[in-house]
Design a binder for this molecule. Structure first.
Ligand code: 13P
Ligand code: ZN
Ligand code: NA
Length: 283
């Protein structure tokens, strides 16, 4: 069965490693990250954005993730990424999601506390993990767009107060990463990660995982980042493999002929992220 991501993330923070959380949009993408995790004995968080939940339906996604969790020994959690709608969070929990993100980071602090608390109150009794965001992660993630000049770093004292007021079990503080591929290198505020981790003992979540150089990922993880979200890079790898098939054979019309190489490419990319996370053998 699917498990809550809270214990696996607490173990990761305590153990100084990180768990890859991968956004998937199709059955093959889900299978690819599962195969990557099984092969490397990594704990796994499968994620879907609100857009994908609306596209596929939460029940289909939860069913596929449940099959994967029943068929393998590794712990697998299913997470709803960047959700701003309370009703959809409840629907996903009912469908079988074991982790949800309430993203009220666009709202003032008090409103973020209020909305997060409301989600914690329904999720905790159901044994479901909750993630909230403080500050604003820049870039484009599905339906959420934050311009560079609107991105905002999380304040460490606010993080401490937020966790105390909401009891949220995992926190995503904005510390300089962004959704999408960076133009240059990300400007991560490591000192800020350290200060937040010093004040807050819950596992921290690193958003914007695509395009962060290996050294920076390792440093962020060593400071307390216990979950790394990866979306854009995986979509690119998967789509590029499909494009390569059609470039070679524009007449191809057997979905397996382009899905199999796409799945393989995605699996390899996910394994590489799990290596950066240090999650090999932690399942
Ligand atoms: P990337 O698209 O940069 O990998 O960010 C993913 C993310 O943070 C999903 O919540
Ligand atoms: Zn994100
Ligand atoms: Na990114």
């Amino acid at each position: 069965p699917l498990v809550s991501s809270t214990p696996m993330l607490q173990a990761a923070r305590a153990g100084g490693y990180c768990i890859g959380a991968f956004n998937v949009h199709t059955l093959e993408m889900l299978q690819a990250v599962v195969e990557a995790a099984v092969e490397t004995e990594s704990p796994l968080i499968i994620q879907s954005t609100v857009g994908t939940v609306k596209h596929l339906g939460p029940d289909y996604i939860a069913a596929a993730a449940t099959v994967a969790s029943n068929a393998n020994r590794i712990p697998i959690a299913l997470h709803l990424d960047h959700c701003t709608e309370f009703d959809l969070i409840v629907r996903c929990i009912r469908a079988g999601y074991t982790s949800v993100m309430i993203d009220a980071s666009h709202s003032p602090f008090e409103e973020n506390v209020r909305q997060t608390l409301k989600v914690v109150e329904v999720a905790k009794p159901a044994g479901v993990n909750v993630e909230a965001e403080l500050g604003k992660v820049g870039g484009v993630e599905d339906e959420i767009v934050v311009a560079d000049n609107e991105a905002l770093m999380a304040d460490p004292d606010e993080c401490a107060k937020f966790v105390e007021l909401t009891g949220v079990p995992t926190l995503a503080p904005a510390i300089g990463t962004a959704h999408g591929i960076y133009k240059g290198e990300p400007k991560i505020d490591f000192e800020r990660i350290g200060r937040i981790a010093g004040l807050v003992d819950v596992p921290l979540v690193l958003h914007g995982g695509s395009g962060i150089p290996e050294e920076q990922v390792r440093r962020a993880v060593s400071l307390g980042m216990a979950k790394m979200n990866v979306a854009t890079e995986l979509r690119i790898v998967f789509s590029d493999a499909i494009k390569a098939v059609f470039a070679k054979n524009p007449e191809e019309n057997d979905p397996r002929k382009y899905m199999v190489p796409a799945k393989q490419a995605l699996k390899e990319a996910a394994i590489e992220k799990m290596r950066l996370c240090g999650s090999f053998g932690k399942a």
